[in-house]
Design a protein around this ligand. Structure first.
Ligand code: SF4
Ligand code: F3S
Length: 106
């Protein structure tokens, strides 16, 4: 499966959903996640994210492993998003800001 990691939080550009052939992105208030039970590992979404938040589970950086669980848990709860929408107005300011997990809204 592919995994959305910390840098999506408060960036949420949603370019990723446009290319997913199986609509497995799920939307929360300030982040998207991938439902690992639905992802078919096509890899199309990874290069689409402007802030490089998406990784194959095999390539998830050591400090981002907790997002495997975040995606699995919230992918079951949040609704599907299948069409791109405008990012938050201040999205650019949050690219690369560390420790955004504490800002995740559920
Ligand atoms: Fe969707 Fe493919 Fe990305 Fe999985 S790897 S989330 S199926 S675009
Ligand atoms: Fe998030 Fe990147 Fe998609 S910021 S919403 S994973 S395009």
């Amino acid at each position: 499966t592919y995994v959305v990691t910390e840098n999506c939080i408060k960036c949420k550009y949603t370019d990723c959903v446009e290319v997913c052939p199986v609509d497995c992105f799920h939307e929360g208030p300030n982040m998207l996640v991938i439902d690992p039970d639905e992802c078919i590992d096509c890899s199309l979404c990874e290069p689409e994210c402007p802030v490089n938040a998406i990784y194959s589970e095999d390539d998830v950086p050591d400090d981002q492993y907790q997002f495997l669980e975040v995606n699995a848990e919230l992918g079951r709860e949040w609704p599907v998003l299948s069409e791109q929408k405008d990012p938050p107005a201040d999205a650019d300011e949050w690219d690369g800001v560390p420790d955004k997990l504490k800002l995740l809204e559920r």
